[in-house]
Design a binder for this molecule. Structure first.
Ligand SMILES: C=C1C[C@]23C[C@@]1(O)CC[C@H]2[C@@]12CCC[C@@](C)(C(=O)O1)[C@H]2[C@@H]3C(=O)O
Ligand SMILES: O=C(O)CCC(=O)C(=O)O
Ligand SMILES: [Fe+2]
Length: 353
């Protein structure tokens, strides 16, 4: 299989998509930009919990405005991301993610499931980016500090925002603040290392033949995503259609991840999404993955399990989930599914026959 370093991402110079990057599955479902995820203004939060809950059940995603993260910071994060990906290929390779590694420069982990390469490059930060950033800018005083400063501030503010959103999401399921405290899912987040994924999708001479980032669900509770202004590319699967998520200046996209699907006992949709590319413009996105403390077991919340609806998934920790995802990709959730009462009953009877 061709690797990232074989190509060095000199995409700009290519007149057409090479075979190594040519996908045939882009049109597996019809596409529409007539409909899209709800846009919720957090600055008028009277009905925020209800609107967010509905979006999580019906779409598994929504956009937020009035979220309190300064536009100036979003611009700074975008400029620093742009600066990183504009470095010469050999310089970016110095911070390449090693085999089995999690942080640094490279293609998204899920690319190992495909024979074709993505039309993108990524940079993953877990906790502090200082070590990786120093490899990118070894000589320039403070070049890495500007980069790390912007990313750290973004991670700090998105973490607080993610906690607020999760609280609204859980309240929308009819849980009380006491239920949520007892379950502990929103606790200890100061000890959780923030995970950021920076993505760059260069302009592509044949966007219909290239895949920016293949369809996947995120493993987190929720992901908060900033997409650069004016260049669309994010699509999510709704029913049997790919639906575009148009970039709104200053807005953030929230995706429901697999762990929220588990704690909600299947009520919140973990949304399948992908990124497609653009003929004339490069695109940047920055995703913050909000997850639990490493030791915490994540299972359907007690109050959401009833005699009519038993637990749909078995308990799992986030590190265990991430390592399963590396092996099973989009089959990870299904691998944790518990048999329903009817299935158990059927299995028992089949065994008797
Ligand atoms: C915490 C994480 C989520 C992630 C795997 C990772 O360890 C760091 C990168 C994340 C990312 C970003 C692009 C899509 C994705 C599926 C992938 O391949 O790497 C997600 C992972 C995930 O949500 O499972
Ligand atoms: O670039 C995008 O819009 C999607 C990125 C994404 O899904 C991810 O980083 O997990
Ligand atoms: Fe994603």
């Amino acid at each position: 299989m061709p690797s990232l370093s074989d190509h060095q991402f000199e995409f700009k110079t290519l007149p057409e998509v090479p075979e190594t990057h040519a996908w045939t599955t882009l049109h597996d479902h019809p596409y529409t930009d007539d409909d899209s995820i709800p846009v919720i203004d957090l600055a008028s939060p009277d009905d925020a919990a209800a609107l967010i809950g509905r979006a999580c059940r019906e779409w598994g995603a929504f956009q937020i405005t009035g979220h309190g993260i300064p536009f100036e910071l979003l611009e700074r994060v975008e400029a620093q991301t742009q600066r990183l990906f504009s470095l010469p290929a050999a310089q970016k390779q110095r911070a390449a993610r090693g085999p089995g590694g999690i942080t640094g420069y490279g293609m998204a982990v899920i690319s190992s499931f495909f024979s074709k390469l993505f039309w993108s490059e990524g940079f993953t930060i877990v906790g502090s980016a200082r070590d990786d950033a120093r490899k990118l800018w070894p000589d320039a005083d403070d070049a890495d500090a500007e980069f790390c400063g912007a990313m750290e501030e973004f991670a700090r503010l998105t973490k607080n925002l993610a906690r607020r959103l999760m609280l609204w999401m859980l309240l929308s399921l009819g849980l009380s603040e006491e239920d949520i405290d007892r379950a502990g899912v929103l606790e200890g987040h100061d000890e959780v290392k923030p995970v950021l994924q920076l993505n760059h999708y260069p302009a592509c001479p044949q966007p219909d033949r290239a895949m920016g980032l293949a369809e996947h669900t995120d493993s987190s509770f929720i992901t908060i995503l900033y997409q650069s202004s004016g260049v669309g590319g994010l699509q999510l699967l709704h029913g049997a259609r790919w639906v575009a998520v148009p970039p709104i200046p200053g807005a953030l996209v929230v995706n429901v991840g697999d762990l929220s699907h588990i704690i909600s006992n299947g009520q919140f949709e973990s949304v399948l999404h992908r990124a497609v590319v653009n003929r004339s413009r490069a695109r940047i996105s920055v995703a913050y993955f909000f997850g639990p403390q490493a030791h915490m077991t994540i299972a359907p919340m007690e109050n959401l399990v009833s005699p009519n609806r038993g637990p749909v998934y078995r308990a799992v920790t986030w590190p265990e989930y991430l390592s399963l995802k590396k092996k099973l990709y989009n089959k990870t959730l299904a691998s944790l599914r518990l048999p329903s009462c009817e299935e158990k009953w059927e299995n028992k009877n089949e065994a008797k026959v």
